[in-house]
Design a protein around this ligand. Sequence first.
Ligand SMILES: [Zn+2]
Length: 310
Amino acid sequence: MKKNWKKLFLVCCALILTIFSGMTGIRAEDKLNVVTTTTHLTDLVQQIGGDKVTVTGLMGAGVDPHGYKPTPSDIDKLSEADLIGHNGLHLEAMFTDVLESMEKNGKNIFSLEEAVAEEDVLEYPYEGKDLDRDPHIWFDVEIWKQATQLVGDKLSELDPDNNEYYQENVKAYQTQLDELNTYIEERVDEIPEESRYLITAHDAFNYFGENYGFEVVGIQGLNSQTEAGTGDISAVADLAIEHNINATFIESSVPDRNVQALVEAVDARGGNLEIGGVLYSDALGTDEENAGNYIDAYKTNVDTIVDALK
Ligand SMILES: [Zn+2]
């Protein structure tokens, strides 16, 4: 008799465990499934969505969004998403057709472009068809705060039960972004104003330059997919000599051949231009590189720039 009770007890325990794990299984499936393109946006949705959403980022560390083509498996992920987020402003040029056709079919899609007032988008005198507005908006911390609110609102809209959770995360993250802004201002103050020239592989840093007083020069222009001519490299080399600039920077998502060619061109003119380090421009890096999320990557960039130019 005693044995039977023990057996019954064990059966009950097993039953309770099964029911409980079944319940948590259902909850996991109920989570909002968000698919994002760039690493910056993936991080932002993770910061705000926390454990209430499942976020799948299509691009990994060091991937160049200008040239990234969606794979068949990306298309599957996009089709299964409850919500799709992209940067917009033609950054992810190869996604335009796919996203347009999904939007026509009623998919929930948002672009960070929605968060930015038209007058805050920097214009760029680039001759290409679609890139006359600068898409590198994440380098404007104020714009990124607005993007944070947009992400919170999109999540709340589709998952109103967790509205309070998302909005609290928005507030907390915006405070962290204010602290980041103070950090950037304090560090940039270490560089004399006449030395604030930022020469990189392509023009990803115009918003940064605008906000913190840098003259920004991209060897390849706004789109990493265009080729720099020898004329471009000569012109930048002349500028480096003229303004006595001592460092240029590699970008983790762009091949470094033009930066190397620039260093040689300055050398040939009797000057000296060092490579100041790697910047995380259009893609975040890894945690090991201290660039696995937006705030870390921004701080790492600023430390690299300031340490090389001060
Ligand atoms: Zn870019």
